[in-house]
Structures are given as C-alpha cells and as structure tokens.
Design a protein around this ligand. Structure first.
Ligand SMILES: Nc1ncnc2c1ncn2[C@@H]1O[C@H](COP(=O)(O)OP(=O)(O)OP(=O)(O)O)[C@@H](O)[C@H]1O
Length: 252
C-alpha cells in the first residue's frame, strides 16, 4: 500500500502580485508516478522548485514523512531525500558521466570529492555514483565525457545525477524535452522502472508519455489545483478539457 511521503498544505508562492502557487494542497505517494500538467504559466515548475527548497514558500507548509520541512535550506531538502532533476546546463561537459554523478553524490553526503578526504569516503561516493549510472542505464558510458554522449543520454545523465543524491522523491522537470520518439521511449522505460522504487513527481509536456506513465495526474491552472485523479478520469473530465485545453479536443 502506497504511503504519502511528500505533501503541501495551502502552499503559496507569490512573485510580487503574481500568485504562481495559490493555496495548493497536494499529496505524493511512495512508488507512484504523479504528473503535474497544465497550460503554460500554470505554476508547474514553481511547484517543483518550491518542493525542493530552491524557492522559499511565501506561506503554507511542506511535509515530508508527515514532518514540516518548509523552512529547511535547499541542500537540506536534498539531504532529506528530495531530489530535483538538474537542468542540462548543470552537467559538467568536460567531466565524465561518472564524475558528474560523483559530484551529485557528494552533495548528499556533504563536503567535496577530493584528495584530502579519506579514501574510503571517496570509494563510497564512487559506488553510489556507479549505482546511479546503472539504474539510469548508463553504465557503459561511465568513463565517457558528458559532452561526447548523445543528447538523449545527457538527459538520462540528469536523472542519474538525481539518483546519485540517494533520493526518496524524484522531482523531474520535462525530462523528455527536445527528444525524438526513440529517445523518449528510453526515458519512458526508465521511468516505468524507477517508479517501482521511488516517488516520482513529473512535469512533462509530452502528453502521450504522461498518460502512459502516470498513476495519478494533477491539473493546475493559474497557480491553483484544479483536479487530481487517474489518467482515465482526467482524460474524460469536461472541466479539465475546458480549463486546460480550451476546448481543443485534439490535444488529448
Ligand atoms: N523567478 C520568477 N520571477 C517572477 N515570476 C516568475 C518566476 N518564475 C516563474 N514566474 C512566473 O510564475 C508563473 C508560473 O510560472 P511557471 O514557470 O511555474 O509555470 P509553468 O506551469 O511551469 O509553465 P511552462 O509550462 O511554460 O514551463 C508564470 O507567470 C511565470 O512568469
């Protein structure tokens, strides 16, 4: 039975007068993939950024395993087990895939990966990094510079880097952006595998992928929660079609 692991109560994030998140209540469960969809500017990325501590909430509460974590620093969210996907720009292109994962792993463990640290600590970081690459299907690319792997593999590397922070929750922002069909299929298979072990919160514009992957979907509009339901119920909900699609049936 899946348990709620991360939740937001009356969560608000305001930019001046703009209510990017407006009294949002939402729960995310273990071993489920929960997608957040909605039109441009609905507040999806703001939600991910607030849930990982990158943006301080204006008001409201974030609970992790039932305990409030709203006022933690962003690195403390990471150490607690909330991993946010790094954007492609956060990849060090001259470092190998393994080195990139080592850098991510040391974020969780603390300190830096260096010559003056005990050898056993560096070994531990390397093991975590190798395991993350393996889970993301990139073991064979471990010693290749990130700049030399394909675009799709760089997106896999972003996911590997989140896994290297030993998370319980994965917050993934458009992991399929800019991908062709074949590359998207690789990410879809990967996420199907990962959702058996993690709580995944997915923001993604590729609706075919969202429908294929989601256990639950939440629709947001103008910073507000419109509905949370299963894929079938969301697909057939006239309220959603109206608000999200503007009556354009073709999108679904
Ligand atoms: N750093 C910021 N400063 C000011 N306003 C911001 C900032 N980040 C986001 N916003 C505004 O907050 C609102 C929600 O933006 P957000 O990026 O969360 O939407 P989104 O649903 O992810 O959109 P998209 O699908 O286009 O990525 C938008 O009106 C956006 O312009």
């Amino acid at each position: 039975m899946s348990q709620t692991i991360l939740e937001a109560e009356n969560l608000c994030k305001f930019w001046g007068g703009l209510k990017a998140l407006n009294e949002l209540n939402i729960q995310f469960k273990d071993n489920q993939l929960h997608s957040i969809v909605g039109p441009n500017g609905a507040g999806k990325s703001t939600l991910l950024n607030t849930l990982c501590g990158a943006y301080p909430a204006t008001s409201g509460v974030i609970l992790y395993h039932g305990k409030p974590i709203t006022n933690l620093k962003s690195y403390e969210f990471c150490r607690a087990g909330i991993g946010r996907s790094f954007q492609k720009t956060n990849i060090f292109h001259n470092a190998t895939c393994l080195e990139n994962c080592c850098i991510a792993a040391q974020q969780r463990i603390g300190g830096s990966f260096n010559l003056f640290r005990k050898r056993s600590k560096n070994r531990q970081i390397t093991e975590i990094a190798r395991s993350a690459l393996e889970q993301a299907g990139l073991s064979a690319r471990a010693d290749i510079r990130a700049a030399e792997v394909s675009y799709g593999e760089q997106r896999q590397l972003e996911i590997a880097m989140v896994l290297a922070t030993s998370p319980k929750v994965l917050l993934l922002d458009e992991p399929m952006a800019g991908m062709g069909h074949e590359e998207s299929q690789t990410i879809i298979s990967l996420l199907k595998k990962l959702k058996k072990r993690y709580c995944i919160v997915l923001v993604e514009h590729d609706m075919d992928a969202v429908f294929e992957l989601s256990d639950l979907m939440t629709v947001m509009v103008d910073g507000q929660h419109l509905i949370t339901d299963t894929v079938d119920n969301i697909r057939n909900n006239p309220l959603v079609q109206d608000a999200y699609l503007g009556n354009d049936d073709e999108v679904f």
